[in-house]
Design a binder for this molecule. Structure first.
Ligand code: FE2
Length: 302
């Protein structure tokens, strides 16, 4: 991490990187969204644009212009083409491994907010996963949008890092502590579904990329008993309450999707349709990979 913007001692590197990151804002949705003319065979230009958008902002939007907008296979294939291959909890990934998010009353799912029409607070995905199973990439594909609401709010986690570091560099040190926050064990009917999981909020991968584990849900998280850690956590809660040019708001429409390096996100409440075929339906894939160029994307001469 010698020449990394995430090295707290290297102020010049940080300042140069920070200036470039922030100068891109506010972002226009059109600059983030890539239309995919034929989802059966995205072109190298289309995939290249998605990769470049992700390289700059850790997220990109796409829109399937035709074809079966509910096809998991097409979503899965496009994810694989931009480097998302190793799905969480499913090393033998196939097109059916994407999770369907919709309002459900199935036993065991009813108390998980993703399966309701309620507001979902700011988080990154898989913050409760084991260290070796952290989520670095994600796809969220909209097969059917809600009648009303269900807007996604997004923030590049590198922007959150900048806001914290600018406010107080010691916040970063506190949030990089290996036990910055702990997720209590998930116990269902007396048996441990998931053990307690402790870890840092921010970490830097071997490849030098910033990773973030976070949930704004207070009862989901036990913050380390340290004044700076609590102040940093409160700072982030204040960020969620304020208007910010760094928050990206977009309601995915049927056939549109988000691909990202597990950026911060939340969702507004929504009103679902009464008609079964028009009920909100999103497919979600959580991956151990970041978005990266694959050999499906050839270099195009400038
Ligand atoms: Fe999520």
């Amino acid at each position: 991490m010698s020449n990394s913007p995430f090295n707290i001692k290297h102020l010049d590197t940080y300042q140069q990187w920070r200036k470039k990151k922030l100068s891109a804002y506010p972002l226009a949705i059109d600059s983030l969204l890539t239309p995919i003319a034929n989802p059966e065979a995205p072109t190298n230009d289309e995939l290249g644009r998605i990769l470049e958008t992700c390289r700059q902002h850790n997220l990109a939007l796409y829109r399937f212009e035709q074809g079966n907008l509910r096809s998991k296979q097409l979503v899965h294939r496009m994810g694989a083409a931009i480097g998302l291959q190793r799905l969480d909890n499913n090393l033998c990934a196939d097109e059916d491994s994407l999770t369907s998010l919709h309002v459900t009353s199935h036993a065991g799912q009813h108390d998980y907010i993703p399966y309701t029409d309620k507001k979902l607070s700011w988080h990154t995905d898989g913050y409760y996963n084991l260290p070796e199973e952290q989520i670095h990439g994600m796809v969220l594909h909209c097969a059917q949008h809600a009648t009303e609401g269900g807007e996604s709010w997004l923030m590049d986690h590198e922007i959150a890092y900048i806001l914290l570091r600018d406010a107080n560099p010691d916040y970063i040190m506190a949030l990089m502590h290996p036990n910055a926050f702990t997720i209590p064990a998930n116990i269902l009917n007396g048996s441990v579904v998931r053990p307690e999981q402790s870890g840092p909020v921010f970490s830097v991968t071997a490849a030098g990329n910033l990773h973030m584990r976070y949930s704004a849900r207070q009862h989901n998280v036990i913050w380390r008993d340290d004044p700076l850690t609590h102040a940093a956590a409160q700072f982030l809660l204040n960020v969620w309450e304020q208007d910010s040019p760094y928050k990206i708001r977009y309601t995915l429409q049927a056939g549109e999707g988000l691909v990202c390096n597990n950026v911060l996100h939340c969702r507004t409440a929504f009103v679902d349709s009464n008609e079964p075929e028009h009920k909100r339906l999103l497919y979600r894939g959580r991956y151990y990979d970041r978005i990266a160029k694959t050999n499906l994307v050839q270099e195009t001469p400038c």
